[in-house]
Design a protein around this ligand. Sequence first.
Ligand code: SD4
Length: 317
Amino acid sequence: MWAMIATWRMALEGVEEAGQLLKEGKGSGEAIEHAIRCVEDFPFFKSVGYGGLPNEEMVVELDAGYMDGNTMAVGAVAGIKDFANPISIAKELSKDTVNCVLVAEGAEKYASKKGFERKNLLTDRAKQLYRKRVKEIKERELKPYDGHDTVGEVVLDCTGRIVAGTSTSGLFMKRAGRIGDSPIVGGGFYADSEVGGATATGLGEDLMKGCISYEIVRKMKEGLTPQEACQKTVNELDAKLKKSRGLAGDLSVVAMDKNGNYGCATNIQNFSFVVYRENEEPTVYRAQNIDGNTIISKATQEWIDEYIRERMAPIQE
Ligand code: SD4
């Protein structure tokens, strides 16, 4: 059987296309790369790839990670500029046994040498949102960070190979050079074909403190279901952060085991994710934290459409 799970409703169209590839017997590596590239290429998703929101210097810096659960191969890029599809670069890097995680100019040089497509990623819309945010910060003392939308996916193919991958422009208005959990193995993503895979979205600074994706896979290995592993891991990290610092950032995770069972947990009110499995329709779910439990419901078509309408609506500056 094949199956896949992905963070946020924005993953839907890519997941649908990748499901076709899996149906044709293609591998999970090819499928995840295709699914994530769809999100990277869509200009209205403002937290991934082209159209991603810039850092405080109005420069778009991207992070991506990839792991193959058969071989434990990992590739990642961080703080990379001017390349359209960081997931493909991360995947390519995973083929090497050394130099698999590259940052900034080193990553750009590598990508250039390998012939990856260069692209100016800063859209007019992203510039508009940047200017708007600068104004809001002055007027209302907003924190640079709010909301999160990294795409993270776990894919199981018919041969049993599980891969995990992420791609993000990170936090809007982040400091130049800042990276989050998304390119960090065990933080933003983890895959072990003998067990399952997990991926995270939210405040990278907090997600990585819990090595959250690794921790979920570790718990599944101990026998917890993906849902139990996700919930327990989010609750433990959320509680630990609150106990030690008085607050916890946004933590949202999805996971899938080697049999295609999935789980999701969040400490926020408006997370969403997509599941597509053999013999099932691709489905968007909404997830909400209520008193330490993640309540999951199927999204209505109206909500699914509204999500896109909202992202494509004109910006009032
Ligand atoms: C990060 N986890 O860079 C990412 C943020 C995220 O959309 O999920 N952003 O910390």
